[in-house]
Ligand binder design. Structure first.
Ligand code: ZN
Length: 306
């Protein structure tokens, strides 16, 4: 339960502070939301924490202070803030990170909440994005702002179809970037080769179309050289495998299934980095992830309708 608390000081009038309570009424966290753009505010969207969770020597559980920042279109006098699908997905994404923080329940602050291995941190966020095109979820709020009509099913189908356009090619492209990144960061000798031929060899296994001559990805691949992704670029695709596979359990049991949600909270969200990601994942899912759910979501593999 999210309860606004106006007694909590905020850094700007646009910011709202909520106290978050568990189902038995236990206090879980403070959540700050800062949704709209203003002069001097950084663009984009992110989750952060002002204070992480930890349990001290007396057993006192210090609860976290979490924040979600967005730059959503502001409502006007005549119109509410009409969010695009992308904005809804971004919100769900950051809210997923926030839940990772809010449900944290570990002894050490350094292993709490989102303090997990790089290739595991986007599972809680990306799994939430799946809800954005689920009819039962959309029906809880996505109505025409004048007529109150729910979003027509046909539109939802069209959204899904259009986002899967060229999905297989986009997948191969991501894989090729991952291969290239990994090839650079698994060098054990000083690099003396020419960059262009190294690149060609590194991602050969995922090249579908002929590469235009004299184009070179390596020299503009900021993510892996200065963006912090060194040897971790594959995590984009890997997180998709995880989130699709994890969400398929919700699809199977129902997207609002309490048991699955509780298991996700107990086995993944509350555990932070206290155990290896695969151990946590298998405890939730009952098995290691496969690529099947992602292929189905992307429309590459047909969905068997039982
Ligand atoms: Zn994220």
């Amino acid at each position: 339960t999210f309860k606004e608390n106006t007694d909590i000081p905020v850094y700007h009038p646009d910011v709202t502070a909520y106290e978050v309570f568990d189902k038995d009424g236990t206090f879980l966290a403070v959540l700050y939301t800062d949704f709209h753009p203003r002069k001097g505010k950084q663009s984009g969207a992110w989750m952060t924490s002002y204070k992480d969770q930890w349990i001290d020597e007396e057993g006192i559980n210090h609860r976290p202070h979490v924040s979600v920042t967005m730059n959503l279109t502001k409502p006007t006098e005549s119109k509410p803030a009409l969010l695009t699908l992308g904005e809804v997905e971004t919100f769900l994404h950051e809210f997923g990170h926030a839940l990772h923080g809010i449900f944290a329940n570990t002894r050490f602050e350094s292993l709490s909440g989102t303090s997990v291995y790089w290739d595991f941190v986007e599972l809680p966020s990306q799994i939430m994005e799946n809800f954005a095109v689920e009819r039962d979820f959309l029906n809880t709020f996505a109505q025409h702002y004048q007529t109150g009509e729910p979003l027509p099913e046909e539109l939802i189908d069209r959204i899904i179809k259009s986002r899967n356009f060229n999905a297989a090619y986009a997948c191969i492209r991501q894989v090729s970037f991952g291969l290239l990144d990994m090839a650079y960061y698994t060098q054990d000798k000083p690099f003396e080769e020419d960059v262009l031929s190294f690149e060609k060899r590194a991602w050969e296994a995922a090249q579908l179309l002929p590469q235009p001559e004299e184009t070179c990805m390596s020299v503009q691949f900021g993510h892996i050289m200065s963006g912090g992704y060194a040897a971790g670029y594959y995590s984009y695709k890997w997180a998709e495998v995880l989130d699709a596979d994890a969400f398929s359990l919700f699809k199977e049991k129902g997207i609002f299934d309490r048991e699955v949600a509780q298991s996700f909270r107990d086995n993944i969200l509350s555990k932070g980095g206290t155990e290896p990601p695969m151990t946590l994942y298998k405890r939730f899912r009952g098995q290691a992830p496969t690529i099947d759910a992602l292929l189905k979501r992307n429309g590459i593999k047909p969905i068997n309708k039982a």
